[in-house]
Design a protein around this ligand. Sequence first.
Ligand code: PLP
Length: 447
Amino acid sequence: MLSNSLVELDRAHLVHPVASYRGHERRGVRVLKSGSGATITDASGRRLIDGFAGLWCVNAGYGQNSIVEAATRQLRELPYATGYFGLGSEPAIRLAAELAERAPGDLNHVYFTLGGSDAVDSTVRFIRYYYNAKGLPQKDQFISIEQGYHGSSTVGAGLTALPAFHAGFGVPLDWQHKIPSHYAYRNPAGSDPQAIIAASLTALRGKVDELGADRVAAFYAEPIQGSGGVLVPPPGWMKAMRHLCSELDILFVADEVITGFGRTGPLFACSEDGVIPDLMTVAKGLTSGYAPMGAVLMSDDVYDTIADGAGASAVGHGYTYSAHPVSAAIGLEVLRLYEAGLLENGRKAGARLMEGLRSLSEHPLVGDVRGRGMLAAIELVVDKERKIPLPASADPSRRIFDRAWDNGLVIRAFGNGVLGYAPPLCCTHDEIDAIVERTRMTLDQTL
Ligand code: PLP
């Protein structure tokens, strides 16, 4: 039984991330108690399929004993080691090496953070340092994409292009610029993949011309825009954008915080796209949410330029918990599980998920179904022909989230009537079918 006092304590003391504080106080918290595989259980004993893997992070699923054991071993042996003073721990060193071995191209240098936001934030610092080391301090303008999400740190929130992360915070900063998204369902260039790629190339070239190529530092892209509503670019889009960045002499940063670690099929979406970024950010699936950790992977050129530029001086960037040994031990075990079968299972489950969600296309509310692997969305409309979204005033997301919850399913209901899916890679076929069926039931109740 959920103790009322817990709800009251939450209301009085716990500030929740990305929430309407007053709305949350009114509704009260739903306390989660336990998890196993793809199922979570709340404090009242209700069992739900977690169709969103927490916050698209519990890729390995809940209750994986070998992860718990790896963490426990490390906690007993050495719960903390700093990377300052030339010190280090075995799991952090090994995890860096394992990631470098698997990452595309020469992304051989790994800087560990606590999550995705500070990984993105770190890239900005590394990139500024890089151009200063090259004697090009004027290259200080950053470009990202509308509907993109790159975290909510003070600087990263300005690379993010979702209005909720800007209002009241004084971002974007004047050196943070945007180009339109490739968003195929609502693209003024139409739905033809080549036209969408051409429009993005023209937009980036135009933005760089406007700012001056000698002033632009970097371009940021998610292989699939996650928080913007799971917007999947056409095949070849990432590669074309990467090539243009090389041509324009600006760094290409791939933000794989969501897409990494099997979410779209392979370990990194960039590998499937045939793209080698200059820097790559990861988090979430890196530890499968069992402990906080993110990372920035840097190419030889980026790392060596920074290292040579600093010479004998310290590069003044780092946290107490950079490369935390317990998170790293978890990361190593999670990586082993991915390669021992989770990636393979995720690929099969992802194909079934896409097939299942596509079968909902005929539903009167479903305007678009999109995704790749175990990352998908359906976009709801009130008028399919004219693609009219659900009215935001009626707060459809909250109601749909609540209905899905009552039907035993957790999904992400974005504010604009987009439903997001990112189930754990360990899902069985039955669980995938249940996700689809419970969605159908939820949509029928929403009509
Ligand atoms: N970058 C991307 C693409 C993300 O999706 C997220 C979080 O969802 C972040 C960065 C920020 O990561 P975190 O929430 O771990 O700070």
